[in-house]
Design a protein around this ligand. Structure first.
Ligand code: UD1
Ligand code: CA
Length: 460
């Protein structure tokens, strides 16, 4: 226990996002911004995280659950007022309080650790994490005195021309001696352009009291990005995308074109897997070793085992086991299990079904609510008719069966092992094992049809 506490500010409305979604819940590579911030704090091994929430409190709590404790800010009167909500829980605690903004998703745990170590070593009452940027617009500027020490922070809207020219910005991340923080917090007023209680104002108050105030400059200014609008959100996405891709490449994954490959935060990928361009891997997807994920595939919340090949396909909540291949252009939907060594070919849709080992569904088929045994061949254009407009029914197909092309299997239906369905059949009755089912009109042949037909026509 080092008595290190964290307050994450996440109560702001986020009007500049122009969104129905609460600002800090906007995802960056699949994880809400506030999730990134809290995770970084936890990775920096702090004792306790308190998240300040407002209107979107329930969403934030549902997401973070017990990763954090919660403080409630009824009205959003400014960042100082947000921190004030922690007074009853924190004011009399000795130690360091780190304040983070829920909208700075790129801040890393390593940086937080360095900042806290620096702050404690300097025995400072406050340390601001700052960054040098070429475009400081919108951020609070760090104003230093002639001797180079920090004097105060001035917000964009309150800054004069000289202050606006300053390129060192406040990242919205600070360390405070906890008791000093709550002591000076009540001195902050809302006498400024926005009529808000600014947390950065405590810096000037501490300086006036001749306390030690330090600034710690970020090595990598990317981490300072504060997301107030969708433009910044896309910048954050791009930086996070590069970071995630780099992590996987370092771990032994080949990514042919990192710029067009999107891998969300919680996705896992095994060694020697190759990811081709235009691929989006989302949610809780786990991919094994020696897998090939072909170009333009989207894989969501799915499990892909070793040596699988997937090309130009969409998978959602599906499982594909070892040595199987999918696509091009197939769609595996929820609760689809593809067992080992299965071939799913072109334009196949499968939903809530299991296809057992060694089976093949080569071309243009729909399979829904089915159990297909092993070594089954499903011909081209086979449809499992699982829905009568009111209810869904199940089909089971025994192992070693052969379903001819363009057959319709009307559920509920059971085909025994080694069944054979003639091409073009509509099968509505169960087949006993090892039988042939034919369900189609008999063919009629009309001889000399062509000549008669066209001769008659020409007489008109
Ligand atoms: C803030 C800083 C600015 C800094 C920038 C860095 C202030 C006054 N300014 O500006 O110096 O350069 O961050 O990104 O602090 N929040 C609350 N309750 C409130 C108001 C805000 O919880 O009443 C939360 C927001 O949800 C947000 C964070 O505090 O996560 C920062 O607020 P925001 O309005 O985004 O401040 P900026 O204008 O970006
Ligand atoms: Ca902000």
């Amino acid at each position: 226990m080092k008595n290190r506490y964290v307050i994450v500010l996440a109560a702001g409305q986020g009007t500049r996002m122009k969104s129905k979604l609460y600002k800090v819940m906007h995802p960056v590579m699949g994880r809400p911004m506030v999730g990134h911030v809290v995770q970084a704090a936890l990775d920096a091994e702090v004792d306790r995280v308190y998240t300040v929430t407002g209107v979107g409190a329930d969403l934030v709590k549902d997401y973070l659950q017990d990763q954090s404790d919660y403080l409630y800010q009824d009205e959003q009167l400014g960042t100082a007022h947000a921190v004030e909500q922690g007074r009853s829980l924190l004011a009399d605690k000795k130690g360091t309080t780190l304040v983070l903004s829920g909208d700075t998703p790129l801040l890393q745990a390593e940086t937080i650790k360095k900042l806290m170590d620096f702050h404690e070593k300097k025995d400072a009452k406050a340390t601001i994490l700052t960054a040098q940027t070429e475009n400081p617009f919108g951020y609070g500027r760090v104003i230093r005195t002639e001797d180079g020490s920090v004097h105060k922070i001035v917000e964009e809207k309150d800054a004069n021309t000289t202050e606006k020219a300053v390129q060192e910005i406040n990242t919205g991340t600070y360390c405070f001696d906890n008791e000093s923080l709550f002591e000076v917090l009540e001195k902050v007023d809302n006498n400024n352009a926005q009529g808000e209680y600014y947390l950065p104002d405590v810096i000037e108050i501490l300086k006036d009291r001749k306390e030690i105030v330090e600034a710690y400059q970020l090595e990598n200014k990317d981490e300072s990005l504060g997301v107030n609008d969708r433009v910044a959100l896309s910048e954050a996405q791009l930086i996070m995308q590069a970071r995630v891709n780099e992590k996987h490449m370092v771990n032994g994954v080949t990514i042919i074109d990192p710029q067009t490959t999107y891998i969300e935060m919680d996705v896992e990928i095994g060694q020697d897997t190759v990811i081709e361009p235009g691929t989006y891997l989302k949610g809780t997807t786990v991919i094994g070793e020696d897998v090939l994920i072909g170009s333009d595939s989207t894989i969501i919340d799915s499990q892909i085992k070793d040596r699988v090949t997937i090309r130009q396909s969409v998978l959602e909540e599906a499982e594909v086991k070892e040595d199987s291949d999918i696509g091009p252009y197939s769609h595996l939907r929820a609760n689809t299990v593809i067992e080992e060594k299965v071939h799913i070919g072109n334009f196949v849709e499968i939903k809530n079904s299991t296809i057992s080992e060694g089976s093949a569904v080569g071309h243009h088929s729909y399979i829904g609510d089915a159990e297909v045994g092993s070594k089954v061949n499903v011909g081209a254009g086979v449809v499992f008719a699982n829905y009568n407009g009111k209810e869904k029914f199940k089909t089971t197909v025994g192992s070693h069966s052969f379903i001819g092309s363009n057959a319709t299997l009307v559920a509920p239906l059971h085909l025994g092992d080694k069944s054979f369905v003639a091409a073009g059949s509509t099968i509505i009755e169960d087949l006993p094992k090892e039988s042939l089912g034919i369900g189609r009109g008999r063919q009629v042949i009309k001889k000399d049809f062509y000549t008669n037909y066209f001769e008659n026509k020409n007489e008109d």
